[in-house]
Ligand binder design. Structure first.
Ligand code: DCT
Ligand code: MG
Length: 513
């Protein structure tokens, strides 16, 4: 762990936040100048610390906001002696013996007495102290050994139970901002860190909790430290307030708009979707036009109930043409998510050659039924015997269709309709536009396609990275190739792929990395 950078980053952060660097010139008379108190914010929170500092100053105590050379007494709450020492080391304090390290009970006694009380043993923090903040959840999971956590998410079981959402949300904002700036390395750094914290079976409450974990670089640690101390990340907040980030976030929320298009629009000075729509010089693609047309529906997430309803439609339609076809929901819904931005389907025909026309027949029928709002058909580009792609984020070569389906919704309650004489039924929109991805795979590639399309994206990235770096194999959504033996490894199930890779099987709902 590189501690040398931590104090620099910390003070930089505090400068950015405009924290005073020394005791603000306050109006209170200092009565006890021999005692110079510093109150640790760690585990106390900013608000309580500010309150206590103000209280002590009012009572004539000298309280410093920063850990200056004049400080004589350090007061901590809910921190053990060792934790205070750790923290001091992080502040680059070499000799901690020059301070009295005291529990908050000493401070409270002083406030009650209205003068400094003896800092006798009962108030002093010592090595014999029982570490107070035992992490209850951590103690429930004795088998958890941070140094053994793999850097690859395919060697970790990550459910949707995320104890560290306040950290991972901030990381994902940081990652997205780097993605918008096309800084892939920084983006991945935060995505990997988010993935590690999603795996932890307890909430992180102190820097010690992450000490031996992988993927915790300086930038990541700095964000974690601030969230522990302040409850939120000023950097993530800055990103959320950033004009460029806000515009990119808005633009990329439109189906068919990626980072490149957003960049173009941003450079033209556009900032809102209204401005984009009003700009007649822009040439929108068919996909983007559909994105704007169904914008409201598409940004509201797809529920599990809607996914189940679309699943029925897809299965019924596919089976009209191929009764034995296997239709499987993949993506987030297969991993147990209750909402998604789209519904991903994998279609295969066990036992026989795939039917190149199937997808065309399916969308043609939907068109006739008035259910197809948009469709972008992509033909297969797969070449026999072609080696898997080494690119971690490469698109696969399956025939697929990115569609928008019209899903009729059961009318919730129409009793209110009867109360209005002027109610015009024709004006009620009784359907919702839903994004659906349909992918057709040859049966012998089905297991690989299922593994790839189930995701999560991070899980898939790490599987490929693991295969490449740890096994000298290349994995993609079509196949697994052993570079040393120069052979393709066949698999009829996901379990077999994990076995080829020498990995413990990870269930779909444990792939929420
Ligand atoms: N995937 C893939 N190749 C692509 C696109 C996606 O292998 N060209 C994989 C990665 C994750 C999975 O398919 C599903 O993709 P998304 O729908 O983007 O992700 P999701 O996990 O289903 O998330 P959401 O709930 O937002 O749909
Ligand atoms: Mg999806």
């Amino acid at each position: 762990m590189d501690r040398t950078r931590a104090p620099a980053l910390l003070s930089q952060r505090k400068r950015q936040k405009g924290m005073p660097s020394s005791n603000p010139s306050c109006n209170y008379e200092i009565k006890f100048s021999k005692f110079v108190i510093f109150i640790m914010q760690r585990k106390m929170g900013k608000t309580r610390r500010t309150f206590l500092m103000e209280l002590a100053r009012r009572k004539g105590f000298r309280v410093e906001s920063e850990l200056s050379d004049s400080v004589t007494h350090i007061v901590a709450e809910n921190n053990s002696y060792l934790e205070v020492l750790d923290w001091l080391r992080e502040q680059a304090v070499g000799d901690s013996s020059r301070f009295e390290l005291l529990d908050i009970s000493w401070f409270t006694a002083c406030m009650e007495a209205g003068r400094p009380v003896d800092s006798d043993m009962k108030y002093r923090l010592t090595e014999q102290d029982q570490s107070p903040p035992v992490n209850i959840l951590e103690s429930k999971v004795p088998s958890f050994i941070p140094s053994k956590v793999s850097q690859y998410s395919c060697q970790r079981k990550t459910t949707l139970n995320n104890y560290n959402k306040k950290f991972t949300d901030a990381f994902e904002i940081m990652a997205e901002n780097y993605e918008f700036k096309e800084s892939e390395i920084f983006c991945l750094e935060f995505l990997r860190a988010a993935s590690v914290l999603k795996f932890l079976p307890f909430p992180v409450t102190r820097m010690k909790d992450i000490q031996e974990l992988p993927c915790m670089g300086d930038r990541v640690r700095d964000v974690i430290e601030e969230i522990i101390e302040e409850g939120e990340s000023s950097r993530a907040k800055e990103v959320l307030d950033d004009e460029r980030y806000k515009a990119f976030k808005l633009f990329t929320s439109v189906f068919g708009v990626g980072v490149k298009t957003s960049e173009k629009w941003y450079r033209k000075g556009l900032r809102t979707l209204e401005e984009v729509k009003a700009d007649k010089t822009l040439k929108l693609s068919k996909m983007q036009r559909a994105g704007f047309l169904y914008y409201e529906d598409l940004v509201s997430c797809v529920s599990k109930a809607e996914a189940d309803a679309v699943n029925l439609i897809v299965k019924n339609t596919v089976c009209t043409f191929l009764p034995d076809a296997l239709v499987t929901i993949t993506g987030g819904f297969r991993r147990g998510k209750k909402i998604g931005h789209d519904i991903d389907f994998l279609i295969t025909n066990p036992g026989s050659r795939e039917d190149d026309e199937l997808l065309h027949k399916v969308v043609d029928l939907w068109k006739k039924q008035g259910l197809l709002l948009y469709c972008d058909m992509i033909e297969s580009t797969f070449l026999k015997e072609q080696l898997p792609s080494r690119q971690v984020d490469a698109m696969d070569h399956f025939q697929k269709c990115f569609a928008i389906l019209k899903l009729y919704q059961p009318r919730a309650d129409n009793s209110s309709c009867n109360t209005s004489k002027h109610f015009d039924l024709a004006e009620v929109k009784d359907w919702k536009a839903i994004r659906v991805d349909l992918v057709i795979t040859p049966f012998e590639q089905y297991a690989y396609a299922l593994l790839g399309w189930t995701g999560s994206r991070q899980f898939g990235r790490d599987l490929r990275r693991f295969a490449n770096h740890e096994r000298k194999m290349i994995l993609d959504n079509h196949a697994l190739y052993d570079r040393r033996k120069r052979i393709f490894l066949k698999a009829g199930s996901e379990e077999e792929i994990f076995a080829h890779l020498g990995l413990d099987y990870v269930e779909p709902w444990e792939r929420n990395a």
